[in-house]
Design a protein around this ligand. Structure first.
Ligand SMILES: [Zn+2]
Length: 456
């Protein structure tokens, strides 16, 4: 199998550390708000990867962290604490915010048919592991204390920034607008904040350096090593994590153990653009899965939408694109439903499918193969069905299942109002309500037995 490795910037032959087994770590959500569909694109990519590796016969252990402490609004130690920000916004405690958005995240994962990771460690449950790792880094002479905080001294690692291919000299020379005066080098970062930085922090723990809280990056190196060992196979995340978060994770892990490389393969998901622009932090362009559902899409329509582009390519989100994905998924499902049972898996189609997965997880091509197989007159229909259902173990589209459509209460209410309007012979209102129902993704038919509602 070949995978594109951000460390080497090329497709490399993938060799697991232990034959047949794979340790996979994915940076999880910071639970201070709903995940937006750009975040969800990354989690979908990681699910395709996990399923693809399992399909090819690997035994995968996947870990995804839940960040519930220490993440500031800037990834590089600046700005407000995200959890405190969420708590202030909603008038709740930080602990309530963490629980609420963790639950919301899990329900999004389930709706998108993303397999749950084997471990979902919460940062706040692993403070002791983080302190131990900071002590190891300290013992190796890579830290200093300044202004009450513990910093990682990046000048002590000669390969700092190798993932991002940062040129340290050039970056040091380049002026940054806001440089923390406590830092010796611009890229140094905080391992442990004491309350000298955020006096009213609700989440605080005792540490050898004083009462405070961990920097954001340390949780991922400490928790991944706890569950996957000191060195492991694959680490994933969004492409925006390359220059700071993942760069610092590597510095911490290799700084603590001295063993290199900490992780063999780094894989990154590209951005989702919204109408060619960046996702907004709030407002109409902050799109959540719930927003898509309210607009009449099934969560799996978004899964289908994301399958159409390679993970390493930007994907532009538009409503027209979502409509196309919705229609295509429904057509595909109808075609599979119409195929007879009782066939056998077509071996040559399956081999080609595996080859596509083994070539850097080419999901758009994997999806295209399903459509091609449907049109292939040399394969019996029943065999097509058996083969496509097998392929769907990776696509995760729940193909061939008759989906019971749940009609939202709001739509039922509109239908009731429309029946009343018809009884009142108010045809203008009745037409208006029909169009509202259609906008919500349903159609209404008038029969002798009353209104029949179907999904569009
Ligand atoms: Zn991380």
């Amino acid at each position: 199998m070949k995978l594109f490795n951000t460390l080497t910037r090329r497709k490399d032959e993938f060799v697991p550390i232990q034959p047949g087994k794979i340790g996979l770590y994915c940076c999880g959500p910071t639970v201070y708000n709903f995940a937006h569909i750009g975040n969800l694109r990354t989690f979908l990519f990681e699910d395709f990867l996990r399923r693809g590796l399992e399909f090819l016969g690997f035994d995968v252990t996947q870990v995804m962290n839940i960040t519930d402490v220490g993440h500031l609004t800037s990834d590089s130690d600046e700005g407000e604490d995200k959890m405190e920000k969420g708590a202030k916004r909603e008038g709740k405690t930080v602990w309530e915010i963490a629980q609420f958005y963790t639950d919301a995240f899990m329900s999004d994962m389930q709706a998108l048919n993303i397999l749950p990771a084997h471990h979902f460690p919460r940062a706040t449950d692993h403070i002791a592991e983080m302190i131990t790792q900071i002590q190891q880094i300290e013992a190796n002479g890579l830290t200093y204390q300044s202004g009450g905080n513990v910093y990682f001294d990046t000048s002590k690692l000669n390969d700092y920034g190798k993932l991002a291919q940062l040129d340290k000299q050039a970056l040091q020379a380049g002026a940054r607008i806001e440089v923390d005066p406590n830092k010796k080098n611009p890229h140094d970062f905080v391992l442990w904040f004491t309350d000298s930085k955020h006096g009213n922090q609700a989440m605080q723990w005792d540490s050898p350096w004083g009462r405070g809280f961990p920097g954001w990056h340390i949780e991922c190196s400490a928790m991944s090593m706890k569950y996957l060992g000191k060195q492991f196979d694959i680490h994933c995340g969004g492409i925006d994590h390359i220059p700071v978060h993942h760069t610092n994770e590597i510095a911490q892990a290799e700084g603590a153990t001295g063993q290199k490389p900490w992780v063999n393969v780094w894989m990154h998901g590209e951005f989702l653009l919204i109408d060619q622009g960046k996702m907004a932090k709030s407002g109409d362009n902050f799109l959540t899965l719930q927003r898509l559902v309210e607009k009449g899409y099934h969560p799996l329509d978004y899964r289908y939408f994301c399958l159409q582009a390679h993970t390493r390519k930007e994907l532009n989100f538009t409503w027209e694109g979502m409509d196309a994905a919705k229609n295509a998924r429904r057509r595909l499902n109808d075609k599979v439903l119409a195929l007879p049972d009782g066939g056998a898996i077509d071996a040559s189609s399956l081999e080609r499918f595996k080859a596509v997965l083994a070539d850097d997880l080419n999901m758009p091509e994997a999806l295209a193969m399903v459509w091609k197989l449907l049109d292939d007159s040399t394969v019996p229909d029943a065999d097509k069905r058996a083969t496509i259902l097998k392929m769907d173990q990776v696509l995760g589209l729940n193909l061939g299942q008759v989906v019971a459509v749940e009609i939202p209460d709001a739509v039922r209410e509109l239908v009731k109002q429309r029946e009343q309007a018809r009884a009142d012979k108010n045809w203008a209102l009745s037409d208006q309500l029909r169009s509202d129902i259609e906008k919500a993704g349903f159609s209404v038919k008038d029969t002798g037995d009353g209104s029949v509602i179907t999904q569009l």
